[in-house]
Design a protein around this ligand. Structure first.
Ligand code: MG
Length: 374
């Protein structure tokens, strides 16, 4: 019998991290928790490496580096929220590790560089995401639809979006909605950052950039469809007119199980979906006027350089300001838009991308008075 796969979980105390530990616990012969990082809370876990603290602190970063590059480590699950996940992801890829990626910001900020670091082991295979296993449910769905397919046969990717808590209420004034309303997601249970991102639809904007890099599909061949039931997790359209979709209940343990076990599948990772649950599926066109995030993200990615990193950092800062009740909900997207038009830097190298990230956060702090007034 082959030995269990040694898994490192970065961000073990978050929502994805906890569910990853759950998948590992339920498959003890297959996976072993080799290392983990904890935030303020403890997971009470035993592992070869246990790193406590926050990414960005030098002690924490050095220990994470040692853990993800250790020769015994096989697979690194990246579930630290936000831009702080970028450096550990790059370290793991450069050390030749398999990476299961939950943090979309990594690909949004530095997609070209990250995919280049991953490509060494992909050997030109399609989908390139073989070397980075996506945990984001939409990208896991697309990845599964693409298994065994050729790049030239793919015409379009369709990302589904639940629409978040405000989509179905067109009369709501988005200047007035509260933090509690924004955190009340109708389908998925997730951390506060991604929950607010689904309410602004910025989550889908970030996912569009993520899909573009992961699967090497042009930005204008990726569209977004509102699908309130969150049963169809995303679709691929092929040149012959065929559509492939991946369906199931909204349960993140499935994409986590797929990423951990690839190319195998874990028995009973989630309860099966019954056909009666699939009746009444709806799909609607995205209202880009009320929710301009997807357009902003597409434009930032098309401009390239440091712009996607600015989009991401401005959004992170603005979401925090909204959660801190400093700006209104609609101020999030306005803040992102202002940072993008003020940015004049570049972003071809990792240093330039990190500089674009720092510039954006400083810009927002300096401008916070006038941004609050918007
Ligand atoms: Mg998603």
């Amino acid at each position: 019998m082959t030995r269990p796969i040694n898994v490192v979980v970065l961000g073990a105390t978050g929502s994805i991290g906890q569910q990853t530990l759950d998948v590992i616990d339920r498959n003890p012969g297959r996976f072993k928790l080799f290392g983990l990082t904890e935030g303020v809370r403890s997971t009470n876990r035993q592992a070869e490496f246990l790193v406590q603290g926050k990414a960005g602190e030098s002690d924490f970063d050095a220990q994470v580096e040692a853990m993800v590059t250790d020769p015994r480590c096989d697979l690194v699950v990246v579930a630290i929220p936000g831009a702080r996940a970028l450096m550990p992801t790059m370290s793991a890829l450069k050390a030749g590790k398999e990476v299961a990626l939950a943090t979309k910001e990594v690909l949004v900020m530095a997609g070209a560089l990250v995919m280049k670091a991953a490509a060494g082991r992909a050997q030109g295979a399609f989908p390139i995401a073989k070397s980075i296993r996506p945990i984001d449910s939409e990208h896991s769905a697309i990845w599964q639809c693409l298994w065994g397919e050729e790049r030239e046969n793919v015409r379009r990717l369709i990302l589904t979006a639940s629409g978040g808590p405000f989509w179905a209420h067109p009369d709501l004034d988005l200047d007035q909605v509260t933090v509690e309303q924004a955190l009340n997601h109708p389908r998925w249970s997730m951390g506060p950052k991604v929950t607010v991102d689904s309410a602004t639809l910025m989550n889908k904007g970030l996912e569009l950039i993520e899909a573009h890099h992961l699967f090497g599909i042009p930005l204008d061949a990726i569209s977004v469809s509102i699908h309130p039931q969150s049963v169809v997790h995303s679709l691929v359209e092929f040149v012959d007119g065929s559509l492939k979709a991946q369906l199931g209940r909204p349960d993140m343990r499935l994409p986590i199980a797929v990423a951990l076990a690839y190319p195998d599948r874990l028995p009973d990772a989630v309860p099966p979906t019954t056909l009666s649950e699939l009746s009444g599926l709806e799909f609607q066109e995205l209202d880009e006027k009320r929710f301009p995030s997807v357009r902003l993200a597409r434009e930032a990615a098309a401009t390239g350089g440091g712009h996607p990193a600015v989009l991401n950092a401005a959004n992170e800062e603005a979401v925090n300001a909204f959660l801190g009740r400093e700006i209104p909900f609609s101020g999030i997207v306005r803040t992102v838009e202002r940072a993008l038009s003020a940015f004049t830097g570049s972003g071809g190298s990792l240093d330039q991308i990190l500089e674009a990230d720092r510039w954006t956060r400083a810009y927002i702090r300096n401008e916070s008075g006038s941004l609050r007034a918007t």
